[in-house]
Design a binder for this molecule. Structure first.
Ligand SMILES: [Zn+2]
Length: 686
């Protein structure tokens, strides 16, 4: 993959004709052939072009308006398209000093090295990691999170006094050398692992730190870049992985879409998805400073919610460094810089962890020289190790605690949001199996909201935090019981008096006032069979979501002049009310309804023959079947005696006041005729 295709060579030749960079180009070409990447510099172009270039080539540093960058063949070709004058520089991964490379054999001739002033061969590195585990099996475990493009191992050391168990403590991560030619952090990480495990139970500071924090260290995230040429030397190392890709531009990011991630990136994403890391750093070289989030935006556009905490912790880091280092070390950009304010990039690991993992990660730039002379490695340790330990300690400060179910005391997954403070995914979550959370925070007073699905959200106000201290909270959340609850109304349906052989209906509403789905198993009516519902309601089960209701139409069809009653029974999954009863009553009445005479008005009453009933006031007629209904009164001989009821009646109930019109009638028998068919005989009694 480091071979440049003939087509590309011809293209380069074409592009180079007429340009000023002929000498440089030869160097560029030979670097691209040998290493798959070229290191070069150029004057800082205008803003627009530079921001385009930041998405093309891999900018390493900007100093005194000179941009230093790497590119693989494709990216360099893109860069040439801008016609910018450039200078090919000696690749930082190619060194001409002795690297003091040590093999496994060299290393294990005696106990662990005192000075750590060497670089291990790839095999010696892997052996050293597993030797840590063999020698300190209770304190360190080596975890292989996957292989690189070239099949080398990506190794993590998990460091904990109870290394085979999970603990409810902050999970902390250091990684180094995602840029393969930045090797100082590689040795620093190996030495840190050894320092921690060899000092547990010996040094109080280390013991307390390991007792309170699980520390995960990956000394080399890009061994294919570090051991580009062969496993025996780091000389010739490259920034990119074996595909020439800058892994620190390869992570998912909030501002742009990226190409397919490299396997080293995928391995890291997958692994860190399984552990709730709360703080981390990744080690680089090329410049000397600490760089805190975000990289994707300048600080005036978007600040991390913990921006002030970051400034505090970062200054703590460099202040301690200054105390133990030679003057001038780690002073680029004032020693501390906001990533985007230095230069904006997207796809950095720092932003991925801050934005998508709610993990506080910064970028530690350890040395201006990328591959440091081995004899300078002990100085690098001396300048930095206290700061590295102090930064781990920050993981146990702030607000920490446990969230669990109030009733069962089961630990919970909960979201922990600091009100009016958290934004851009700075909020954290608890993790299982302990329900623990760890939220580093700057001194202050905070209101924190704890929420978990199925629980009543809890807010705790005025939580005091002081620097370098832990505020511990035990938070119990009250479960919201998810239950269905049936409500039926009305509970009695009184149909009252209704004409026989007619259908009447009323609605019964079934409402789910609970928080879980209400299942209606059956609706049955027991009693007189003149009450019924639609067949479909009777036969099928149905569900009512929380807060919703269903309307059931209940019918009454009286068939005789009598009183009826029945009970409608609704069976559901509401265990506190599994059978709801609705009482149904109604009465059948004759199609001709009569009002009983009121005493003292004898001169106006009528009687119905053959069983005379006193009629007074009104006659009710329901026109159900005919378009036109004509009513007349006839005498016993068949003569029409009144026109008053003649005429067409529309459908519905009609009431005929009788008293006014029967004043003229003689005492005797009469017929009310409907459509000229005499149907009721009436006696008028005076
Ligand atoms: Zn780097």
């Amino acid at each position: 993959m480091k071979k440049v295709s003939n087509l590309f060579l011809s293209l380069l030749v074409l592009l180079f004709i007429g340009q000023q960079n002929l000498v440089s180009n030869d160097n560029a070409q030979s670097y691209l052939e040998q290493k798959g990447e070229v290191y070069f510099s150029f004057s800082l172009p205008d803003k627009k072009i530079f921001s385009e270039l930041l998405n093309t080539i891999s900018v390493d540093n900007i100093a005194d308006n000179i941009v230093y960058a790497y590119a693989n063949s494709d990216k360099f070709e893109d860069f040439l398209g801008y016609n910018i004058s450039y200078k090919v520089l000696k690749h930082p991964g190619n060194v001409d000093f002795d690297l003091n490379m040590k093999t496994s054999k060299d290393l294990f001739k005696k106990d662990y090295p005192d000075e750590w002033d060497f670089y291990p061969t790839y095999e010696a590195y892997v052996d050293l990691m597993y030797q840590f585990e063999a020698d300190y099996p209770d304190l360190v475990q080596i975890i292989n999170i996957g292989q690189t493009v070239m099949g080398r191992d990506m190794l993590f050391a998990k460091i904990s006094p109870d290394v085979n168990s999970q603990r409810p403590v902050p999970q902390f991560m250091y990684t180094s050398t995602m840029h393969g030619d930045e090797t100082g952090g590689f040795i620093l990480s190996l030495r840190l692992i050894h320092y921690l495990i060899s000092n547990y139970g010996v040094n109080d500071e280390v013991t307390a730190l390991m007792d309170n924090v699980d520390i995960w260290i990956c000394p080399n995230e890009n061994p294919d870049g570090t051991y580009t040429n062969d496993n025996s030397t780091v000389n010739g190392a490259t920034r990119g992985n074996a595909n020439g890709v800058d892994l620190n531009r390869n992570y998912p990011n909030p501002v742009s879409q990226h190409d397919v991630q490299e396997i080293e990136t995928v391995n890291m994403i997958n692994f860190t998805d399984t552990i709730n890391f709360i703080m981390s750093a990744n080690m680089h070289a090329g410049v000397e400073l600490v760089n805190f989030p975000f990289d994707s935006w300048i600080s005036n556009v978007r600040k991390h919610a913990d921006h002030n905490w970051w400034e505090f912790v970062m200054n703590e880091y460099v202040d301690t460094v200054y105390h133990y280092s030679i003057p001038g070390y780690m002073t680029n950009q004032g020693g501390v810089t906001h990533g985007g304010d230095w230069y904006v990039i997207d796809g950095s690991r720092q932003d991925f962890f801050n934005y998508y993992r709610s993990c506080r990660e910064f970028t530690l730039e350890l040395s201006t020289q990328k591959i440091l002379e081995p004899e300078l490695l002990p100085d690098l340790w001396e300048y930095n190790y206290r700061s590295l330990l102090n930064y781990i300690k920050q993981a146990k400060y702030g607000v920490h605690g446990l969230v669990y179910d109030k009733d069962t005391e089961e630990p919970l997954i909960a979201d922990i949001v600091i009100e009016g403070y958290d934004e851009y995914y700075s909020q954290i979550k608890t993790s299982l199996p302990f329900g623990n959370f760890n939220r580093p925070l700057l001194e202050g007073t905070y209101d924190i909201i704890f929420s978990s699905e199925g629980y009543i959200t809890k807010r705790i106000n005025d939580i005091e935090v002081t620097n370098h201290n832990t505020t511990f909270l035990e938070v119990e959340l009250e479960p919201i019981y998810e239950l269905p609850e049936i409500a039926v109304y009305p509970e009695t349906l009184q149909f009252g008096e209704q004409y026989i052989n007619s259908e009447y209906s009323y609605n019964v509403t079934i409402e789910n006032t609970g928080s879980d789905t209400l299942e209606i198993y059956s609706i049955n009516i027991q009693g007189d069979d003149v009450f019924y519902t639609e067949q479909s309601v009777k036969l099928s089960e149905f569900e009512i979501p929380p807060g919703e209701s269903e309307i059931i139409e209940v019918y009454f069809y009286p068939q005789a002049q009598m009183e009826y009653s029945a009970t409608m029974i609704i069976e559901s999954n509401d265990d506190s009310n599994p059978e709801v009863e609705v009482s149904l009553t109604g009465e059948g009445k004759s199609r001709f309804s009569v009002s009983i005479y009121e005493s003292g008005k004898e001169d106006l009453f009528l009687e119905v023959y053959p069983n005379p009933v006193t009629i007074y006031s009104k006659l009710e007629v329901k026109n159900k079947n005919y378009k036109h209904l004509t009513i007349n009164i006839y005498d016993i001989q068949g003569n029409k005696v009144s026109e008053i009821f003649s005429g067409g009646l529309s459908a519905g109930n009609h009431h005929f006041p009788l008293q006014e019109h029967y004043k003229s009638l003689e005492k005797g028998a009469y017929f009310i005729a409907l459509n000229n068919i005499k149907s009721i005989k009436i006696l008028v009694v005076k």
